[in-house]
Every structure is written in C-alpha cells, then in structure tokens.
Design a protein around this ligand. Structure first.
Ligand code: PMP
Length: 415
C-alpha cells in the first residue's frame, strides 16, 4: 500500500509517449496528502470478522456497522444460510458458464419466479450484479435515434449503461419535474424515449417524486425504468419500492434491483410486464457474455426474497430506527441530507473532505463504521458520512450510535 500512496515519477517510455497512469496523478496526490495527515485510510478498511448483520471486528475492535446496505439484515438469516449450504452441496461451487449456455440451473429459474411473485410481474431476468443489470438493460433497450432522459444524480451504473449504448443522453436537475418535462418536450417527433429514475438516491437518502414524474413521462410517450436498489424489501407495503409506495408500480415499464442490499447476497435483476421482454436474454450483452451466479448465491437470494414478502414487522422496525437516528443526529446539531427521514439512509453533511475523514476516523475509534462518500460519487462536491440502517439494529444500538456521533462530532469540532 506504500507504493500506491506515493506520486510516481514520470516514466520515460521508449517512444516518448506519456505513462498512461499520469492521468491519475492528481488523485494519487490527493490521497497522499490525506494519508500524510495521519488519518486511517477510509477506503481500506478490513472486516476481520463479521459477527452479525450489525457487528464486525475491524482493527481488532468490535464495531457497529452503519454503512452496509444490509437493510433487512438477511445475511445471517438461518434459512438463507442453510439454503446456500444445501445448494453448494447439491449443485457445486459455480456454474462456469453463461445463462444462455450451461449456466442456467434450476435455482436461476426459481429465483426469477420468486422475483415475479415478489413484484407481481410477468418477467424477471437475473444478472450477475445490479451494475450489470443497469448496464445491460439500458444499453440494450435504448438504441440509435432514441433518447434517454435521466436524473443527473443517477448511479454510476446508469450512466455507464447510457455510455455503452447508442442513444442520445439528456440529463435533468435532480428530482426536478419541470426540467424533466422540458427535456422530454424537446425530443424530436418519432424518437423512442426512456426515462430513467431511482426510487431512493443513495447519496442523500432522498426519494424521487415518482408519481408526478412518471405521469409526465407517460404523458410524453416515454417508457420508464426505475432503479429501486435502495428501496426493495423495505419501502412500500410489500417492500416493492418507492413506486409501489406511491401507487404507480403498474406504470413502471422496467424495475431494476439488486441482491446486494436488502436481499443480502449478490446479483442484479430487471422485472417487467413488457410482452417482448424475454428477447432480452438473447441480445443483452452483459447478460449473455458473462458467467451466471453460483448456485449457492441464487439459493440464498431465492430464500431471502421469499422471506422478504412477509417482513412487515422488520420493515416497521427499520422505519423506527431511521426516524430515531434522523432525529437524534438533527437534535445533536448535525446537518443532514434530508429534512425528514425518507429511507434507511441518513446522510450527514461534512464541511470538507479533511474534516469528513477526521470525523470518519473518530467514529471508527468509537467503534462505529459509516461510509465516507466524496466527489465524484456525491452531488454538489459534498463530503458525506452516509449511515445506512438495518432492521437488525436494536433500539439500544441506535442510541449508542447517536452517542458516538455526539462525542466524535464534538472532538472534531463539527458540532
Ligand atoms: N443501482 C444503484 C442505485 C446502486 O446504488 C447500486 C449499488 N450501490 C447498484 C445499482 C449496483 O448494484 P450491485 O451492487 O448489485 O452491482
């Protein structure tokens, strides 16, 4: 790790061409400066042991986890673990192949059926990650001559999906319904239109006004894709996400989701009622040209999704946790990403990267792990300490967390 923290001297190549890595010099310098201040590397933490969805051992210290996206705490569910164990025994460690060749096992079909049941939709397609689901679906359905209208704060996987395809890409200001409408109205007649939105925006933990936005999209003839990565399992009466909560799920053409958050394993998916949806299995490159998920992973996902269909009590407790933490941090004097809690993400706004990193480290020494987020992942160049709550956090843990924030905030001069 020493070597990557030092700015490298320029490399003399034979033909005098620049070292291709010179483009990273500003970032290397920034990282070196940050670490020179003596702060622990906020992007190099190791979980030495994981005790539960909410506690791990980091640097030999018991640490409360508040930055994991493990919203429903399914990673240690005994049924989920047993399903994975059984599949590992029965089907082996991996499929060693694409879904369209040798990589579709019974478990892949079962997890797709579980998704159809969970969302009450006709079709489900499982990818190896949520990142690939966005990459694949967006780049495949919007092609040459089409237009993608998307929120400027969209996740990297959405942007990369746009970049990989041939459609024109038109961003609009975050959650700005009028700006979105203006962009839609400027699209030439006859062009295909796809509006891409997220249920929860993971940096500030705010939700989208999907009801109004989808109405505008539909009035302008656009298809709608909503990424519900951070809401699945938690938001909405059945945990189907923000679109369900706002009563517009039947207007959404494509829901994108992930197994790496509430579901508690890894993988991604798209569900849809589009009658021609199944053709995507043959033309979507990030689906075809990669190996399918291991049998143990689809078995854990299947079991977890089935259990999340009946997790109303856990959802209620997670809302309770979110409200308690939001109020506790606000009362302590922290500046938060939202006025009211809107999801299981509570984002604490830091004055700058240096003080954000110092606060992050002070929290770690208190025994609390949160995510440090910085540009370019964050909007408006903000440095954020992002807290994501879990349904398995006890009320007592949430109380401890607030105390840790108060002590660390005072020690670093942030409150
Ligand atoms: N969409 C959004 C909004 C996300 O936040 C993420 C992951 N942070 C993804 C997609 C990608 O999910 P995965 O981890 O399954 O690749």
């Amino acid at each position: 790790s020493e070597a990557i923290n030092q700015p490298a001297p320029p490399l003399d190549t034979a033909a005098g061409a620049p070292d291709l890595f010179s483009r990273f010099d500003p970032l290397i310098q920034m990282r070196a400066d940050l670490l020179a201040s003596g702060v622990e590397d906020p992007f190099g933490l190791v979980m030495e042991r994981v005790c539960s969805p909410t506690v791990a051992i980091c640097n030999g210290r018991e640490t409360i986890l508040l930055g994991t996206y493990n919203y429903m705490g399914m990673t240690f569910d005994p049924d989920v673990i047993e399903a994975g164990r059984q599949a590992l025994t029965d089907f082996g460690s991996g499929t060693t192949g694409s879904r369209v060749l040798n990589g579709t096992y019974l478990g892949h079909k079962q997890v797709e059926q579980a998704l159809c049941d969970f969302y009450d939709m006709q079709h489900a397609m499982v990818f190896s990650t949520g990142y690939q689901a966005n990459l694949g679906i967006i780049s495949t359905i919007a092609g040459k001559g089409d237009y993608i209208v998307l929120d400027i704060d969209s996740h990297a996987s959405i942007w990369d999906g746009c970049k990989m395809g041939d459609a024109e890409v038109v961003p609009f200001r975050h959650n700005d319904i009028e700006a979105m409408e203006k962009r839609l109205k400027r699209i030439p007649e006859g062009a295909g239109k796809l509006v891409v939105l997220e249920g929860v925006y993971s940096m500030l933990g705010d939700i989208a006004p999907l009801r109004q936005m989808i109405a505008v999209a539909k009035a302008n003839g656009a298809m709608v894709l909503v990424d519900e990565a951070h809401s699945m399992g938690f938001i909405g009466p059945n945990g189907r996400g923000v679109a369900e909560d706002q009563g517009v799920l039947d207007q959404v053409d494509f829901v994108i989701g992930t197994f790496s958050k509430s579901v508690g394993t890894v993988g991604g998916f798209c569900v849809s009622n589009h009658p021609k949806f199944e053709i995507l299995r043959l033309v979507c490159r990030p689906y075809v040209f990669t190996a399918s998920l291991p049998p143990s992973v689809v078995a854990t996902a299947y079991t977890s999704i089935r259990k999340l269909m009946h997790a109303g009590n856990k959802r209620a407790h997670l809302w309770e946790n979110s409200r308690t933490l939001h109020k506790g941090l606000k009362d302590a004097g922290f500046q938060l990403g939202t006025q009211e809690p809107q999801s299981a993400i509570i984002s604490v706004i830091m004055p700058d990267l240096e003080r954000g990193a110092a606060m992050w480290e002070a929290l770690l020494h208190e025994g609390l792990y949160v995510n440090l987020a910085r540009p370019p992942a964050t909007p408006a160049n903000m440095t954020l300490l992002r807290c994501s709550l879990c349904a398995e956090h006890s009320a007592e843990q949430v109380g401890q967390i607030i105390g840790m924030f108060e002590r660390a905030g005072k020690a670093t001069g942030i409150i």
